[in-house]
Ligand binder design. Structure first.
Ligand SMILES: [Zn+2]
Ligand SMILES: [Zn+2]
Length: 245
């Protein structure tokens, strides 16, 4: 890892001796190995001081030893993309060593997932746009793990969402069904997306409505079954075989 300082104060400039920089590089490379999610430790980074005010560099000012690292970390050979690494660390002059406050990795895949989410969220704000979003999601795999994005529809009046089935932190876009109530597609067109894993029925599957329902006569049992007050993790009930999933 190549590190370049962007120090402003005289204090920091004189602190950054070649020896200090070697220690910082070694420490950072150790952090890069331990953080997880990176493909290597090579790349380029900048080191900045948290406090850049000359007047805060006195003997009793402790913030002057806090630093941030922003690095672009190379991936496997032939991959032109980079991953981002960020950290906050403290220099401890008495121990002659660095201490890590926190660090985090944002991979190229994470960036792509976030961009996809931003783009689709904006597009989903009109009924026609929401329909396009569904089409895009159907043709898109999770940008992080490659799983097919699963689109699910809660019955009428509720939400629909597209998410990565292996990890919802990878990708999740949730919208109100209301957004596209007037669009040419209705939730019934997508009933196939919640096929019962046990008997394969799609048409017999209804949503589980959790919570206290005072007037059960208003519940359309072609759409809902009651799930009780405790919200469970199952969302669907198959009326053909009683499986919940
Ligand atoms: Zn995923
Ligand atoms: Zn079933």
């Amino acid at each position: 890892m190549e590190l370049r300082t962007e120090f402003v104060t005289r204090f920091h400039r004189s602190l950054a001796t070649p020896e200090w920089m070697t220690g910082l590089r070694r420490f950072t490379e150790e952090c890069l190995r331990n953080v997880g999610g990176l493909q290597g430790i090579e790349g380029t980074g900048t080191v900045t001081a948290k406090d850049n005010e000359e007047k805060n560099m006195g003997p009793y000012d402790s913030d002057k030893y806090e630093f941030r690292i922003h690095a672009l970390v190379n991936r496997t050979a032939g991959d032109s993309e980079v991953d981002n690494y960020e950290s906050a660390l403290v220099w401890e002059p008495k121990q002659n060593n660095f201490r890590l406050r926190w660090d985090r990795v944002t991979t190229a895949e994470h960036r792509r997932a976030r961009e996809l989410n931003d783009r689709l969220s904006e597009m989903a704000s009109t009924p026609q746009g929401a329909k396009t979003v569904v089409e895009v999601l159907r043709a898109t795999n999770c940008p992080i793990c490659g799983s097919r994005i699963r689109i699910e529809y809660y019955p009428e009046g509720q939400v629909w969402w597209g998410r990565c089935p292996s990890n919802r932190n990878h990708f999740e876009l949730e919208r109100w069904y209301q957004d596209w109530k007037d669009s040419p597609v209705s939730w019934e067109d997508h009933i196939v997306d919640r096929t019962c894993p046990s008997c394969g029925s799609a048409k017999a599957v209804v949503g589980i409505l959790y919570g206290l329902v005072r007037d059960t006569s208003k519940i359309d049992d072609a759409v809902w079954t009651l799930g009780g007050c405790m919200v469970g993790s199952d969302r669907w009930h198959c009326k053909a075989c009683s499986k919940r999933f």
